[in-house]
Ligand binder design. Structure first.
Ligand SMILES: Cc1cc2nc3c(=O)[nH]c(=O)nc-3n(C[C@H](O)[C@H](O)[C@H](O)COP(=O)(O)O)c2cc1C
Length: 366
């Protein structure tokens, strides 16, 4: 359900049964500070507390199983210890009146055997990423050709998501976001560029959507559907994505999700995280035609463009990623017209666990 009475970033928003204090969202940001144990830490809790000016926090991607990992130092949600470690993050968000969803992640071909105890990463098809490489403990290493999942292995992938959702629920998260964007496993299944399967999980768009449908159905046994969000990146090129039928694919998928009474659909509509240039970008307006629930835009938004998107009704909420890294008090800065601080991309994906370039960005001093 979407409230259409207020049309300002700072206004509250009804999202299913939850009232968000405003329409600004912390976008999921992998920061690589979870260490080898892939546990949420007190420093991470502090990081989220600092950014809880946003009505909704979406956590950094958390792997749904050991084999779902695809990065060094990223957290997981596949052991009881991990679930317990996340409780402090949930409490931090709630203590500031913010809501928090955990992003559920399976890397697929974006991973590497260095991360997976020597096993090859899995994917819909044996097609390697043509790109810069993967962040592992050995540094950045070239991508490998993944192993195509057998059809009878797919229920096991769905099971990974189900187990992760149960642990996220135990940790107290308000909901989960299913990461089906940026070239990770579910996006690999959805997109024709990476899915060349001949079974019922490949071929036409209905089949390519099947795994996401099954994942949502499984998770819906743990969280009510209106506590589940989904993320898409139809215009993106990250992880070597971009399919000729990108528009048809996302409009079909969004239409199907529109019948599931989800918390929200989160779309990287902006082009500032890379654009495949295969045609004109998919817009929020197009998604709106097929998806009537709460719609969240993201990518390259600033205060004025976010306000325009919300005022025009193109989006119900806007997620901010990079601006939140160096501006923990982003909402205060927006509201008061204070300048924004920059961050160094070298520090985005990891580094000092004690907070350097992580929790030590100050709030604005007037
Ligand atoms: C350091 C960094 C980490 C990111 N990690 C994630 C992630 O874990 N999950 C995800 O869906 N997107 C991730 N993204 C993409 C962001 O959520 C967002 O879509 C992107 O930064 C564009 O939005 P912005 O222009 O507001 O930064 C990441 C981006 C950056 C810069």
């Amino acid at each position: 359900m979407t409230s259409t009475t207020s049309q300002n970033l700072f206004d509250s928003l009804q999202m299913g049964d939850l009232t968000l204090k405003n329409r600004a969202v912390l976008a999921p940001l992998t920061r690589g500070r979870a260490g080898d144990a892939r546990l949420a830490t007190p420093v991470m809790a502090e990081y989220y507390r600092q950014r809880a000016g946003a009505g909704l926090l979406i956590t950094e991607a958390a792997a749904v199983s050991q084999r779902g990992n695809a990065w060094v130092g990223t957290p997981g949600i596949y052991t009881g210890e991990q679930a317990e470690s996340w409780e402090q993050v949930v409490e931090a968000a709630h203590s500031k009146g913010s809501r928090i969803f955990l992003q559920l992640w399976f890397g697929g071909r974006a991973s590497h055997s260095n991360i997976l105890d020597g096993e090859l990463p899995v994917a819909p098809s044996a097609i390697a990423i043509d790109g810069e490489g993967v962040h592992t403990k050995q540094g950045k290493v070239p991508h490998e050709v993944p192993r195509a999942l057998e059809t009878d292995e797919i229920p096991g992938i769905v099971q990974d998501y189900l187990s992760a959702a149960k642990l996220a629920h135990l940790a107290g998260f308000d909901g989960v976001e299913v990461h089906s964007a940026n070239g990770y496993l579910l996006d690999q299944f959805l997109q024709s560029k990476t899915n060349k399967r001949a079974d019922e999980y490949g071929g036409n768009v209905e089949n390519r959507f099947r795994l996401l449908r099954e994942v949502i159905a499984a998770i819906s046994t743990v969280f009510a559907s209106n506590r589940i969000g989904v993320r898409f990146s139809p215009n993106g090129v990250f992880n070597d994505m971009g399919s000729q039928d990108y528009r048809e694919t996302v409009l079909y998928a969004a239409g199907e999700l529109g019948r599931m009474d989800l918390a929200y659909l989160h779309v990287l509509d902006g082009l500032g995280f890379g654009f495949h240039e295969l045609g004109t970008p998919v817009t929020l307006a197009e998604i709106r035609e097929v998806y009537t629930g709460m719609l969240m835009g993201n990518c390259g938004y600033e205060l004025d463009t976010a306000q325009q998107a919300i005022a025009s009704g193109a989006a119900d909420a806007i997620a901010f990623g990079r601006p939140f890294i160096s501006n923990p008090d982003l909402l205060d800065r927006f509201q008061n017209g204070w300048p924004l601080a920059d961050s160094d991309p070298e520090t985005w994906f990891g580094g000092d666990m004690q907070g350097t370039a992580y929790t030590d960005f100050p709030a604005y001093q007037a």
